[in-house]
Design a protein around this ligand. Structure first.
Ligand SMILES: O=C(O)CCC(=O)C(=O)O
Ligand SMILES: [Fe+2]
Length: 526
């Protein structure tokens, strides 16, 4: 790459037309007038047209302003008081490739000695040693289903302390587990993509048999998934807010990341003595002493006569309401309104984390109910192994409102093959359950945030016929669309003793569920 470093002084000798053919990687541009008022102090107000064609030149060459540290102005007319004018006329620009090549570039306006322009120092490499990077949850992780298990097992580790301490410790455990998993499992997207592309390349050169076409289709799907993960990773790092739909333009996001990383880095600060300091230790000490001064008071007292100065405007009822511990439903409702990636807390977890893994709360409900049943049967010792062996499948179902002639919108009578099923629906009813006497009854959840926990076929098998798995169906009436969420748990069964000999042939719960959903077969019990 040709590296051009030089001074382009518009308006004195070099004209813009003579620059049109110049390919610029890095350059200093000295304008003869600033383009906006923020770059000027004193003198006449800035006219919007005063920079001439320089913006066109910068745009045509895809140049990026490298920013600066230090004095905001680079030129002064060195006159006194009201006659003094200062402007930022000198700027360093780099093009996209150059910017990617030197991500740590810093531009410093040094103190001026003899000239009316300040000397500018450009450093291409970072000289400070970076400190440890704080943890940040990465949106791309949610695309990988194993993240669920990592989070679930980290969150389950028992910790001691107050509620706040428990939450903070569980969050810390989860972030450590995610970091370890990220390195071992998720960190090698590029290598995986390369391997997949090689496989695709070789399969495309082979004969187009049905088998090969199937492999090719799966490889393409897998490559697409990896690209989405990669894009999502860079999207998070680049903090591009305005882009909602992806075009897999990872190079663009990579550049945005470099720029925002530079923007967020503190390379220089001015201390109390008005001196610019740049070493990591000095900056750290300066920040700490500043906060110590700010918050330390030798003898804080609250003046007695200020008591009751401000009359309370919050009523007792309001206060009671504000101090009330919010219900799980309120927390869930508020959480769902948050922008998923905005403002992660100091623990690095954005709302997306809690939104995505909220389902662990429902699995808690499943475990609570099954524990009650296990306790009741006196087999609580099996509950832990049951929980550890449990797997969940979440299904979101939409039932459209039936047209006047349609009577069969819904879901036919069946018993679930899972161990338990937890159902949650919008305000539209439709679920019916068959009683042991063979009568169909409507099931109306008691509140908008109720969950229905239902025993399913494997629970009956596990309990050797003692837990009844009800038949149920969905019959749509009315004119509203119904949405429901069904969480199916798949577990173990070991509940056989002398009094209750084995009644059912053993089977694998997940495999049988897959078999029934494929064959649409009915259960052996029915
Ligand atoms: O939508 C519902 O409420 C029930 C769904 C259901 O029974 C099922 O998916 O097995
Ligand atoms: Fe069901």
């Amino acid at each position: 790459m040709a590296l051009f470093t030089g001074l382009i002084k518009i308006g004195s000798g070099i004209t813009l037309t003579s620059l049109q053919h110049l390919s610029l990687d890095l350059g200093f541009v000295r304008e003869n007038a600033v383009s906006n008022q923020s770059k000027k102090r004193g003198g006449r107000p800035v006219q919007s047209s005063s920079t001439g064609g320089i913006n066109g030149f910068i745009n045509n060459n895809h140049l990026i302003d490298l920013g600066f540290e230090g004095n905001p102005y680079t030129w002064s007319n060195n006159r006194r008081l009201s006659e003094n004018i200062k402007e930022r006329l000198d700027k360093a620009y780099g093009n996209t490739q150059w910017r990617i090549l030197f991500p740590d570039v810093t531009v410093t306006h040094l103190p001026g000695k003899s000239s009316d322009h300040l000397p500018i120092l450009i450093r291409t490499h970072k000289y400070n040693i970076l400190g440890p990077k704080p943890f940040r949850f990465v949106a791309a992780w949610t695309r990988d289903t194993t993240s669920y298990w990592i989070i679930k097992s980290a969150w389950r580790q028992s910790v001691m302390g107050s509620d706040a301490e428990i939450l903070s410790q569980k969050t810390a455990n989860t972030s450590h587990a995610l970091q370890r998993w990220n390195v071992s499992h998720f960190g090698h997207i590029q290598t995986r993509l390369k391997n997949l592309s090689q496989k695709l390349n070789s399969i495309q050169q082979q004969e187009s048999t049905i088998e090969n076409l199937e492999i090719e289709k799966n490889l393409k799907f897998e490559i697409d998934e990896q690209c989405k993960k990669e894009e999502s990773l860079w999207h998070k790092k680049s903090r591009v807010q305005w882009r909602t739909e992806g075009d897999l333009n990872t190079k663009f996001l990579h550049l945005c990341t470099l720029i925002s990383r530079r923007r967020n880095a503190i390379d220089f600060i001015r201390n109390r003595e008005d001196k610019w300091i740049s070493s990591r230790e000095e900056i750290g000490d300066c920040l700490i002493s500043n906060f110590q001064n700010l918050f330390a008071s030798s003898n804080p007292v609250f003046p007695a006569d200020l008591q009751g100065l401000i009359s309370p405007i919050i009523s007792k009822e309001d206060r009671a309401m504000l101090c009330e511990i919010p219900s799980v439903a309120e927390i869930s409702k508020t959480l769902m309104k948050f922008n998923p990636l905005n403002a992660p807390g100091p623990n690095g977890m954005p709302a997306l984390f809690y939104k995505t893994y909220w389902v662990t709360q429902i699995t808690d409900l499943d475990q609570m109910v099954t524990r009650m049943v296990f306790d009741n049967f006196g087999v609580e010792k099996y509950h832990k192994s049951h929980v550890e062996a449990s797997t969940y499948i979440l299904r979101v179902i939409k039932y459209r409102d039936p047209q006047s002639s349609e009577t069969n919108i819904g879901c036919g009578a069946h018993t679930d093959i899972s161990f338990t099923t937890i159902l949650h629906q919008n305000q539209v009813s439709g679920l019916q359950i068959k009683t042991k006497d063979g009568e169909w009854i409507d099931v109306a959840p008691s509140t908008n945030c109720s969950f229905i926990v239902m025993a399913a076929y494997s629970f009956t098998v596990w309990s050797n016929g003692r837990v009844h798995a009800p038949m149920h169906q969905v019959v749509m009436k009315g004119d509203k669309t119904r949405y429901s969420i069904a969480l199916f748990s798949y577990g173990t069964w070991e509940f056989i003793d002398e009094e209750h000999p084995l009644k059912y042939k053993r089977f694998d719960n997940i495999q049988s569920a897959a078999f029934f959903s494929k064959s649409k077969g009915s259960l052996p019990m029915q």
